[in-house]
Design a protein around this ligand. Structure first.
Ligand SMILES: NC(=O)c1ccc[n+]([C@@H]2O[C@H](COP(=O)([O-])OP(=O)(O)OC[C@H]3O[C@@H](n4cnc5c(N)ncnc54)[C@H](O)[C@@H]3O)[C@@H](O)[C@H]2O)c1
Length: 368
């Protein structure tokens, strides 16, 4: 019992349904206990309490953070709350998992990165896309030079937008922070730090229906973002709450000087990848080895890192960089000019972690 990681949760809305499944499974494995919960919404508190009856119901976030029987705090609230709550939890001596983005202002994000530097306490930041088996396999192949130096990339993620949570359409919300964040994180994990950003970002749908009531949208919902990684490496991101459906378009396309690699599905729910190498002269298609991989896997990663005393793969410095890029996209769109990026982050280090063996099933080859 004492070896278990004790978890407190702030924010028990839509995403808690998903994280709750990971937590229930980890609890069954004897690795965690859910000890404290808080959400100002009493219906959501009641629903979570029935799922985890042993957990204390706290009336404030600090009530969760200050408990001795909480080792790690999950911040799963609306976005504007992330930076402040994550900071309070860290300063309260807890490990932290924070949903995306890590903060909505650069100052809050900087404070978190500064706190985490040289500390044994972990800050695990969503999105957890770098952890999927497909992403890890693609990353390993790219690093080994499978398609040569990547010079161009494209990324896509969008849908028609949430019908819950007014905060999605208020300042501090928006499609870039909610959706574009996945593509920016994925591309940076593959290609490194961005040097310069140019973007078109706007609010295409002026009024939204949220929980059945109309509201004026004050946040971006439509974006085309160009990223310059230096050395003539360029990427484009298409994202928005303005996309009803897309067909077979890959989530991520990577164009190397000796081949092409496409992630299939979405980067938060990959369905494998396809690879073209000039020397092979055919497409090779690989299925996702773990089709049930959950985008909430970051909580499993957090617990493994705590158990083994290891740093997380997605570094807070990368989450900071991703936020700087998104804020730069908003600034670029408002000012009609390219915006330079100041921060850099270390490349993801997968080597220190024991991962389940990846054995991608080769489905078939397609001749060109
Ligand atoms: N819904 C999704 O599909 C999805 C997927 C991945 C990540 N996310 C991210 O997860 C976060 C939450 O999204 P959601 O869809 O669950 O939103 P939601 O609106 O359904 O839930 C957010 C919850 O946070 C609570 N909350 C607000 N302030 C709080 C505070 N100070 N302390 C504790 N609780 C507080 C609200 O009462 C609400 O219940 C967002 O950052 C979102 O971008 C959402």
């Amino acid at each position: 019992m004492s070896d278990r990681v004790n978890i407190g949760v702030l924010g028990l809305g839509s995403v808690f349904e998903k994280y709750g499944r990971n937590l229930a499974s980890l609890r069954e494995q004897g690795r965690v206990e859910i000890t404290a919960l808080h959400d100002p919404n009493s219906d959501r508190m009641a629903a979570a309490a029935s799922q985890f009856p042993g957990a204390s119901h706290c009336s404030t976030p600090i009530g969760v953070i200050n408990r001795d029987d909480v080792d790690a705090v999950l911040v799963l609230t609306s976005m504007n709350e992330h930076g402040g709550l994550a900071r309070q939890a860290f300063e309260g001596g807890k490990h932290v998992l924070v949903e995306k983005p890590m903060a909505t202002t650069i100052h809050e994000a900087q404070a978190l990165v500064d706190l985490g530097r040289d500390s044994d306490q972990l800050i695990v930041c969503a999105p957890h896309v770098l952890l999927s088996p497909t992403y890890r396999e693609m990353h390993a192949r790219l690093t080994s030079g499978a398609i040569g130096d990547v010079k161009l990339a494209r990324a896509l993620y969008g849908w028609s937008g949430p019908s819950w949570g007014e905060w999605f359409y208020r300042p501090g919300g928006g499609a870039l922070f909610d959706l574009g964040v996945y593509n920016v994180t994925s591309l940076c994990g593959f290609l490194g730090s961005v040097r310069r950003v140019t973007a078109l970002v706007g609010t295409a749908v002026k009024e939204r229906l949220v929980n059945g009531s109309p509201m004026k949208s004050e946040a971006d919902d439509n974006a085309q973002v160009l990223l310059d990684f230096g050395d003539e490496v360029y990427a484009a991101i298409t994202t928005g709450f303005t996309i009803q459906k897309y067909g077979r378009a890959p989530a991520i396309e990577l164009y190397g000087l000796s081949g092409t690699m496409n992630m299939l599905g979405d980067d938060w729910a990959p369905r494998g990848f396809e690879e073209w190498r000039n020397e092979g002269g055919c497409w090779e298609v690989y299925d996702e080895t773990d089709p049930g991989w959950p985008w909430s896997d970051g909580v499993n990663h957090l617990v493994s890192c705590i158990e083994q005393g290891l740093p997380s793969v997605t570094r807070p410095e990368q989450a900071f960089h991703v936020l700087e890029v998104m804020l730069a996209a908003l600034q670029s769109a408002a000012q009609g000019r390219a915006v330079e990026i100041g921060s850099e982050f270390p490349a993801p280090d997968y080597s220190r972690h024991a991962w389940p063996h990846i054995d991608p099933r080769r489905l078939h080859d397609r001749s060109s």
